[in-house]
Write a protein that binds this ligand. Structure first.
Ligand code: C5P
Length: 304
């Protein structure tokens, strides 16, 4: 995403709001296919599912809440990535593990052991260290990303942390409290997200869409970002369904390492310092400490 936002090319840059909408369309299409696969391409069974959905409008409407929040979050992440380097963004975004834990405790009644709370503190320390500007790094980053822009990026990513925690736990609650398939739920979520995303696009970029169309500035990288966003969303849905939001947080710590490596090789605005590595190690250690004895070794752990 960051690479696609900073790539210098002739002509206008693609509209992030349109990429968010397009990713929703892709998700709806893939989920529709998966609903058919789930029902062995039995058209009548799928028709019955649709009827059930229409008959229970309140159940469907519940999805409007995470959809609205996710749409806001998906747009915020583009703001963050346009104003922060990819690795700082990625590690700071790990604070969502904390918000997710807080929402899991308050909304799902999960209990956390003392070492798990401790790991959350360790996580915050790690994130703070990664953020800590050293003199030389501060100078390098300032040259490329002005302080004001970094502040905007940081605020966007912090807001995204709160929305990620809330929307994820809310979606988990819906999935685990009702019997409907994750793909059907995802279509409902996607439909609302599409509507909210389209409204957002018209409000913020309506004039530019009118001038040069929704797909202005699209290139291969943009399409790749949209596909990755859509597939990533589907993976998140499966993880929330079969594991939980907190376990999802552990998984994303691996992506810090990948993001750091890719950022280092692909983008020139990131020079990891000792503090960055110490912070990243703390974040990853916190993740492992959190998962320690998360569940006693049993078949369900293996499954998860
Ligand atoms: O960072 P976080 O894990 O909160 O990101 C969740 C992402 O997964 C968001 O982009 C959201 O739109 C997407 N998602 C999805 N379908 C779900 C749940 C989340 O596409 N059922």
């Amino acid at each position: 995403m960051r690479y696609s936002r900073t790539l210098k090319e002739d002509g206008p840059r693609y509209l992030a709001s349109s990429a968010v909408v397009l990713a929703e369309v892709l998700k709806i299409l893939v989920c529709t296919l998966l609903v058919f696969v789930e029902n062995s391409f039995n058209v009548q069974a799928v028709h019955q599912l649709l009827k059930d959905t229409v008959d229970k409008p309140v159940e469907t409407l519940k999805l409007a809440i995470p959809a609205g929040i996710y749409t806001l979050q998906n747009n915020l992440l583009y703001v963050a990535l346009s104003n922060l380097d990819a690795a700082t963004y990625q590690v700071t975004y790990q604070l969502k593990i904390l918000t997710t834990a807080l929402f899991s405790v308050s909304m799902l009644g999960k209990r956390l052991d003392i070492h798990q709370w401790l790991s959350l503190v360790c996580l915050m320390a790690g994130v703070a260290l990664v953020q800590w500007p050293t003199k030389s790094e501060g100078d390098t980053v300032k040259k490329i990303l002005p302080a004001g822009s970094q502040f905007v990026g940081l605020m966007a990513v912090l807001m995204a942390c709160v929305s990620s925690g809330f929307a994820g736990v809310y979606f988990e609650k819906i999935l685990k409290e009702t019997k409907q398939s994750v793909w059907l739920r995802n279509i409902q979520l996607g439909l609302f997200s599409f509507v909210f995303g389209a409204i957002g696009m018209i409000v913020y970029d309506g004039r530019r869409v009118n001038q040069s169309g929704m797909f202005q500035g699209y290139n291969t990288i943009t399409c790749l970002v949209v596909v990755l966003q859509a597939l990533g969303g589907l993976v998140v849905a499966v993880v929330i369904k079969y594991a939980d939001n907190i376990l999802k947080g552990f998984a994303t710590s691996l992506s810090i390492i990948v993001s750091t490596l890719i950022s280092y090789f692909l983008l020139e605005d990131f020079n990891p310092t000792g503090l960055f590595f110490l912070g990243a190690v703390l974040v990853i250690a916190a993740t492992f400490l959190y998962s320690y004895e998360y569940k006693p070794a049993s078949s369900s752990t293996t499954e998860a």
